[in-house]
Design a protein around this ligand. Structure first.
Ligand code: ADP
Ligand code: MG
Length: 293
């Protein structure tokens, strides 16, 4: 005998929408996990504040790793100030989407793959005016839909500071290899570096080391000048028991190349700054690959 059918409980549309949104997030998280399995090492590059050359260091480290034979990708997670496309010489190249909606990163010199919100905006001077929730979902979508293929290294250029976006990335990439902190040698930067260190510690993110950028300037007569102070990066590394990975000198050609959209490392491979980057890349490889070869 058939039972009289029970009336189905009515799910209000706003609740249904929320359930759908939640399902989508779970789906994206699974896609991120799958993507990340194909990438051996994932390194977040962070700094307590902007303007210390974090993006320049990310771009150059990526080129240097590739120069040393690694398969490298760069994710520019600085939604509000994406400068990676210009620094890596790919500004204006379109990010193509496959039929399945996967995003194909563009290819920079030395074969480095690049994905940035800056490549998906209609123009270089178009600002992103979003609230926090939108930037976190943009980051999650980039991580989920990007088709990096197999990589040895993915470097993630985080926006300055220790807020929403940084937290999102660290939580979404569960097997993050570690973080590199970029600073300049001034004493005021010590406080912000300490914040970045504590951010990593709170999130159990392994700190691979500190890189000091803009360490000194060498005059044409060979004299060395410590414009922003001397040794703060090394001192703070010692204070916190973190590795000091090295220093990169000031070179006016860096800023000029970056402004023109020419990748400095590729244009001036024999400059002291590029040589320092290769040494840094070697240290990073040694640190994360150690015995793994
Ligand atoms: N070692 C350096 N020597 C000279 N200029 C540099 C150096 N590192 C970075 N710059 C310049 O400093 C500015 C800030 O660098 P950027 O990488 O955008 O910093 P961040 O990502 O930390 O905000 C850029 O104009 C860049 O070209
Ligand atoms: Mg930057």
């Amino acid at each position: 005998m058939s039972q009289p059918s029970q009336p189905k409980p009515r799910v209000p549309p706003e609740v249904r929408a929320r359930i759908e949104a939640f399902k989508k997030i779970r789906e994206q998280e699974k896609m991120i996990e799958e993507n990340m399995k194909k990438i051996r090492f994932k390194i977040a590059i962070l700094s307590g504040k902007g303007g210390v050359g974090k993006s320049f260091v990310t771009a150059s480290l990526a080129f240097a790793l590739s120069y040393l034979g690694k398969r490298v990708g760069v994710l520019d997670a600085d939604i509000y100030g994406p400068s990676i496309p210009k620094m890596m010489g790919v500004q204006g190249q379109p990010v193509l989407a496959t039929g399945e909606g996967r995003l194909i990163p563009v290819t920079a010199p030395l074969g480095v793959k690049v994905l940035s919100i800056g490549l998906m905006l209609p123009g270089e001077d178009v600002p992103v005016i979003w609230r926090g929730a939108m930037t976190t979902s943009a980051i999650r979508e980039m991580l989920a839909y990007a088709d990096w293929g197999e990589l040895d290294y993915l470097l993630i250029d985080l926006p300055p500071g220790t807020g929403d976006e940084q937290l999102t990335i660290v939580q979404l990439i569960k097997d993050m290899t570690g973080a590199i902190i970029v600073t300049i040698p001034s004493d005021v930067s010590r406080v912000v570096v300490a914040k970045a260190i504590n951010f990593c510690k709170k999130l159990n993110l392994n700190i691979l080391g500190i890189i000091e950028n803009m360490s000194y300037f060498v005059c044409p007569d060979g004299s060395k000048h410590y414009i922003f102070g001397e040794g703060a990066g090394r001192r703070i590394a010692e204070q916190y028991g973190i590795d000091f990975l090295g220093e990169i000198p000031i070179d006016p050609r860096i800023s000029r190349a970056n402004d023109r959209g020419e990748p400095f490392f590729v244009k001036y491979p024999d400059s002291p700054a590029s040589k320092a980057m290769i040494e840094l890349a070697r240290k990073v490889i040694e640190k994360v690959e150690g015995g793994q070869g």
